[in-house]
Design a protein around this ligand. Structure first.
Ligand SMILES: Cc1cc2nc3c(=O)[nH]c(=O)nc-3n(C[C@H](O)[C@H](O)[C@H](O)COP(=O)(O)OP(=O)(O)OC[C@H]3O[C@@H](n4cnc5c(N)ncnc54)[C@H](O)[C@@H]3O)c2cc1C
Length: 81
């Protein structure tokens, strides 16, 4: 299971990644605990971690990726000042 920067969870717009590194570490540890408990370390079982990441912060990161692309157009951002 990849967490934090190794999973590309840094926010592409703000450059912040500490929070996502910490929360993804928590989710990964919970998944590892469940795998230990169930004795199931299969790809299928561990995929639940990926699903959690996509569900909880996937949308936010997708929006940030779009924002990162839009920053090339300062006139657009200046509308919000
Ligand atoms: C200049 C700068 C400013 C930033 N400012 C902010 C900010 O203000 N707010 C914010 O939220 N985020 C900020 N970030 C991003 C934030 O630092 C990262 O997103 C966050 O630290 C990622 O945490 P991580 O645990 O995934 O990785 P890291 O913090 O990079 O931890 C990975 C660790 O693994 C170690 N390592 C690597 N390879 C191996 C190996 N083979 N064996 C053993 N250990 C290994 C490394 O030495 C490192 O200690 C900034 C980043 C930079 C570069």
């Amino acid at each position: 299971m990849l967490v934090g920067d190794s999973a590309s969870l840094i926010d592409p717009f703000t450059g912040e990644g500490i929070g996502n590194a910490m929360i993804s570490g928590k989710w990964a540890s919970e998944q590892a605990r469940d795998a230990l408990y169930e004795g199931d370390f299969s790809v299928n079982a561990l995929k639940q971690y990926d699903k959690t990441v996509y569900k909880k912060i996937g949308g936010e990161l997708r929006v940030s990726a779009v924002m990162q692309k839009l920053i090339k157009y300062p006139w657009l951002f200046n509308q919000f000042y």
